[in-house]
Design a protein around this ligand. Structure first.
Ligand code: IPD
Ligand code: CA
Length: 284
């Protein structure tokens, strides 16, 4: 099937089906003792359920669309797996928030995006602990369990300013990058309402989409952390860009309500938030 002939609605339906299947697997079939391996650092882990989830998602997608490309976090080191032949590529994090999952905390999720010609056109993020599925199609709005999302919603009637903004962030696995990120947060804290660190980038972006936080930023992310959540956040009315002075999307991301975006971007730029990851950590 040629690229232009693939309706994004069809890709969205498949993204949601695969995310639901993986959500059921990782929540209901969680073993008493997870098998845990180390990745980039001692605290960057992969469990047997990350691998099982990716295998399930891959098989669900391949059964419906065998010619599509596939980039999954747990098979990203296998380049032959990325290429497809029909212009559609799936970008998948089988468990985003693996540390939450490891500790049996809510906040882990399954993140699935379908990309055509370099643009994400359909996205699903499943939050199994809350029975929520976030979804979006390019130009079609964003939804949670079928209800429209509006990132511009504010929690108080007052005009939102940076001083009143609740901002989520995340930290890289590299200890040196984390130290620099901690210094940025120390400078940021007195200038905003508060900080949240939920532990899963895709859901951080969904929290922005739902207005549960006013903004989110992070440096050191991978395509599968950002692809689905960024479309959902944009379709919900948030602005999503790279952090000024930081690496391009998806390596750095700033998502926020439009009303505070510029002020937050300027502050993060002044605090050097985008520069917390040096060139040596680029491939960590
Ligand atoms: C991580 C989570 C975390 C973020 C890290 C990501 P993973 O993904 O999204 O919140 O701070 O940068 O790598 O490793 O749990 O899939
Ligand atoms: Ca992951």
């Amino acid at each position: 099937m040629s690229n232009s002939a693939v309706p994004p609605a069809e890709l969205l339906e498949l993204a949601v089906a695969a995310a639901e299947a993986a959500a059921t697997l990782v929540r209901d079939r969680r073993p008493g003792q997870l098998q845990v391996d180390r990745k980039s650092t001692a605290t960057d882990n992969v469990t047997d359920m990350d691998v099982a989830s990716e295998a399930l998602i891959r098989s669900v997608i391949a059964a419906a669309r065998p010619d599509d490309g596939f980039i999954g976090e747990e098979s990203a080191g296998e380049p032959s797996r990325a290429a497809g032949t029909d212009g559609v590529t799936w970008i998948v994090d089988p468990i985003d928030g693996t540390t939450n999952y490891l500790y049996d905390l809510p906040g882990y999720n399954i993140s699935i995006a379908a990309e055509m010609a370099g643009t994400v056109v359909a996205a699903a993020v499943a939050d199994p602990a809350h029975d929520r599925i976030y979804s979006a199609r390019l130009g079609g709005g964003a939804f949670c369990n079928g209800l429209p999302l509006d990132a511009t919603t504010t929690v108080t009637p007052d005009a939102l300013t940076l001083e009143r903004a609740l901002i989520a962030t995340g930290f890289a696995y590299s200890p040196t990058v984390r130290a620099a990120q901690g210094r940025v947060v120390a400078e940021l804290l007195p200038r905003i309402r508060d900080i949240r660190r939920f532990g899963a980038a895709a859901l951080d972006l969904c929290h922005v989409s739902a207005g549960r936080v006013d903004g989110y930023f992070e440096v050191g992310l991978a395509p599968w952390d950002v692809a689905a959540g960024a479309l959902i956040a944009r379709e919900a009315g948030a602005r999503v860009e790279a952090i000024p002075g930081g690496p391009p999307l998806p390596r750095s991301v700033l998502a926020a309500k439009p009303v505070i975006f510029d002020a937050l971007a300027e502050l993060l730029h002044d605090l050097g938030a985008g520069a917390t990851m040096g060139p040596s950590e680029d491939d960590a």
